[in-house]
Design a protein around this ligand. Sequence first.
Ligand code: NAD
Ligand code: TYD
Length: 339
Amino acid sequence: MSECKRIFVTGGCGFIGSNFIHYALAERSDIEIRNFDNLTYAGNLENLADVESDARYSFVKGDIADRRAVEAALEGGFDAVINFAAETHVDRSILDAGDFIRTNVLGTQVLLEAARSAGMVRFVQISTDEVYGSLGATGLFTEETPLAPNSPYSASKAAADLVARSYFRTFGLPVMVTRCSNNFGPYQFPEKLIPLFVTNALAERKLPLYGDGMNVRDWIYVDDHSSAIMAVLEGGRAGEVYNIGGGNERSNVEITRAILGILGKDESLIEFVRDRPGHDRRYAIDSSKIERELGWRPAHTFDDALEATVRWYVEHEDWWRRVRSGEYMEYYQKQYGER
Ligand code: NAD
Ligand code: TYD
């Protein structure tokens, strides 16, 4: 077990980062977190409004690819970095890959270098199962599956993943890489499948299913991802990769029907549209390594977690309407002024 009390979290204003910060502050009374985030369209300070006055939490606005900004924000000393910051949406990476390479690859290298200079004891790189590419009808991704990314997003994450590995092999920085499957839960930007379809259905808008709708993802509730990251931070072995999955393979059509069922909406809202280029057919994760080594298990069932998630969007219409319209920047300016 490593003693990691002062944690430098990047990308904490996004979906998984903000859920992780909530989780960590609730689960560990002696932890301190600095959240370093550039507040892109996907970063929303409102997600953390309830912890802003917690003395264990601080926020610094900045870009992970900006070495000086990173070094300044690390002032005071930290034990570990958990790097969530990234450009994350596959469709956006198909339209313009530039920011993906800059943030995901260069930004990760800047953080690794800063952690090395500061002599940190842990660096958790939040990677993704998408680095493995696409599976056929059978089989699971293990940590030994060769990397074969198919989108500019997954290619940039694979590159970052390998740069992280090199900082362990070359410099001995205690890096761990996690590769998790598709997350869902509160505070997910409504461009990803589940929040997009829930919020579209609520607004009586069409749900655009790509291709034949039979692509399969292995879904995990975001709190289960958070508990896995905590297990890796505290007990993971340096230089290792850990797969994380919920064991919930579902096709996109199944997910869509389940959402419509929970909301009591009609299936005529479904619209089959042109397929995403390079669309990975199936992801499925073998999580036996993290289960065996760190005793981690997902605590949530898929059906209950999906229902709770859909309800969350129903009850937080103000949140998703503001996020969709970009109005949350007004909230930021009110809290922090123009910076
Ligand atoms: P997100 O898009 O919701 O949030 C990304 C956050 O990073 C935002 O707060 C954004 O402002 C910040 N950011 C972007 N560029 C930055 C920069 N240059 N400097 C500082 N901050 C910057 O993403 P998410 O879904 O929460 O994903 C978080 C991490 O988890 C990513 O690394 C992603 O690759 C990985 N991941 C996501 C999933 C998933 O299903 N969402 C699954 C596996 C792994
Ligand atoms: P997404 O949430 O973008 O995650 P990822 O591509 O990283 O797995 O998409 C999940 C699945 O849903 C994927 O197979 C693409 C599909 N999808 C649609 O069919 N329609 C949509 O509008 C979106 C955003 C995704």
